[in-house]
Write a protein that binds this ligand. Structure first.
Ligand code: GLU
Length: 505
């Protein structure tokens, strides 16, 4: 089995196309087949190297390695269509000489007019066939006169093209609706329908798995295979990915590209697992399946025909699951860009990464995505007593609890760092003894004073982390420490600062 993913490098990798790539990958892996990556860059105006690079990076990020193609090489190259123009040229001669293709001299304005008239008369807007019956002599003469000519495929009249689609079952098209497609534009650039057939045939692709938006191209392509005397591959057209309103997922629904999801801090394993479940189910009520397990179970025959809705909530749920499984040091490294973005981290030292590997998983346990981690670490890396007291309600509450804050400052000034939950609880017990407060009236002001926030991580966990961070920081007054982290004030310093901020001058 040989399958291919054939993106056009005209933008970011859309999640719908990423799903197509994934299905190809799963089928190839499941069957021990070969996945080819071909870049369809014949749209000269819109194709860019940056986009090709970005698509390749996204595929690699998702873990979808290909076996052959751009970046890998192989026996069927080159794998960029822009480098295969000689191949397309050689094959078009064959079709022209047999009269299966012909030169078309219609100008764009003329074609536009035809279209207009056809639509007005409620006819399918297909090529009117003006140049269909030019004799080879006439065509040669016009070429000689310097008239620009495209090359069109002569679609046989009144034929029923029938094919079996793995996903959609039997599909029929009558050639009446097709119109003769352009194979090569007047500038000599091959059109998609032509290049794709030449490439799939010469690259010996056995299964074409692609988006349903291409299904109306398939009869044209099948007729081209016939014209060359080639056997068409097996087709599988997978449904498109839809937004919540059941129109194809687009910008107005929010994020659509793999790059955007990646930038928001979704893990690749969550995205691939989620994409596999759009329109396919592994059965047995299972949903969480890593890539290798997906490859073992996935069957194209089980892919549903109906369009799948992209459900961001479900993706978030899946991401939370994989965030909980992720190794702490991986989470720490993945979070660094978001922390840098806040100005809280520069280049962390090994010690700082070790520290983050303790801290980030605590934060990641309660987020959907890694871009939400900084908000959960503000208490640690951006503590400010003054800011905590800006909210008049919080200030009023803190003032009522002034005795607790005063006792806390004093207790902490006289104890060592609260490096574990026991040390923290012992300190709390002393504050309770001094103030006679318990429960929320005791713990709420302690939380405010030590984290600067009215709610958040359990104090049992938060306070030891603050203390570890403070030990890592050396208070040399610089905005970023030699560890690469912003200085972290100790619990004792926080309690003192909070007490000062609360005490009127
Ligand atoms: N370059 C086409 C696309 O990105 C590929 C279609 C196909 O797989 O045949 O839509």
């Amino acid at each position: 089995m040989r399958v291919r993913f054939a993106p056009s490098p005209t933008g970011q990798l859309h999640v719908g196309n990423a799903r197509t790539a994934l299905f190809n990958w799963l089928v190839a892996r499941g069957a021990g087949g070969t996945l080819v990556l071909r870049i369809e860059d014949t749209d000269v105006e819109r194709s860019t190297n940056e986009s090709e690079g970005a698509i390749i990076e996204d595929l690699q990020w998702m873990g979808l390695e290909w076996d052959e193609g751009v970046g890998k090489g192989g026996d069927h190259g080159p794998y960029r269509q822009s480098e295969r123009l000689h191949v397309y040229r050689a094959h078009i001669v064959e079709l022209l000489s047999r009269g299966q293709a012909y030169r078309c001299f219609c100008l764009p304005e003329q074609l536009e007019m035809d279209r207009h008239v056809a639509l007005r008369d409620r006819r399918p807007p297909k090529y009117a066939g003006r140049c269909r019956d030019l004799t080879p002599e006439q065509a040669r003469q016009r070429v000689k006169n310097g008239e620009p000519a495209a090359i069109r495929f002569r679609i046989p009249d009144d034929r029923e093209v029938v094919f079996h689609d793995i996903v959609r079952g039997e599909v029929r098209f009558n050639t009446e609706v097709l119109g003769d497609p352009v194979l090569v534009r007047s500038e000599g650039i091959p059109a998609y329908n032509y290049a794709v057939v030449i490439d799939d045939a010469l690259m010996e692709i056995t299964h074409v798995i692609r988006g349903e938006d291409h299904i109306s191209n398939t009869p044209r392509q099948i007729l081209l295979y016939e014209a060359f005397g080639w056997t068409p591959p097996t087709f599988a057209h997978v449904s498109l990915v839809m937004g919540p309103d059941h129109s194809p997922l687009s910008k107005r629904h929010g994020a659509t590209s793999v790059a955007e999801f990646r930038a928001r801090g979704y893990l690749p394993e969550a995205l691939t697992n989620y994409l596999a479940l759009i329109g396919w189910s592994p059965g047995e009520g299972r949903e969480i399946l890593p890539l290798d397990e997906l490859a073992r179970r996935f069957r194209l025959e089980d892919v549903g025909r109906s369009a799948g809705v992209f459900d961001v909530e479900k993706l978030a749920w899946m991401n939370r699951h994989y965030l909980k499984l992720a190794a702490p040091d991986r989470l720490a490294k993945l979070s660094v860009p978001y922390l840098k973005n806040e100005g809280w981290v520069a280049e962390p030292t090994a010690a700082a990464v070790d520290f983050l590997a303790v801290v980030v998983p605590l934060a990641a346990a309660s987020v959907d995505r890694l871009d939400q981690v900084p908000a959960r670490l503000r208490f640690l890396l951006d503590y400010s007593a003054a800011r905590a007291l800006e909210d008049p309600v919080v200030r009023a509450e803190a003032e009522t609890a002034r005795p607790v804050v005063a006792a806390l400052a004093e207790v902490l000034a006289n104890s060592g760092p609260l490096v574990d939950r026991e040390a923290f609880r012992a300190a709390v017990a002393r504050v309770r003894e001094r103030t006679g407060q318990r429960g929320k009236p005791l713990l709420y002001p302690i939380r405010l004073a030590l984290t600067g926030e009215p709610e958040g991580l359990e104090l049992d966990l938060a306070v030891p982390v603050i203390e570890r961070g403070a030990m890592l920081s050396r208070s040399d007054g610089r905005p970023l420490q030699s560890s690469g982290l912003r200085p972290i004030a100790s619990a004792a310093d926080r309690a003192a600062a909070f007490h000062r901020a609360l005490t009127p001058a």
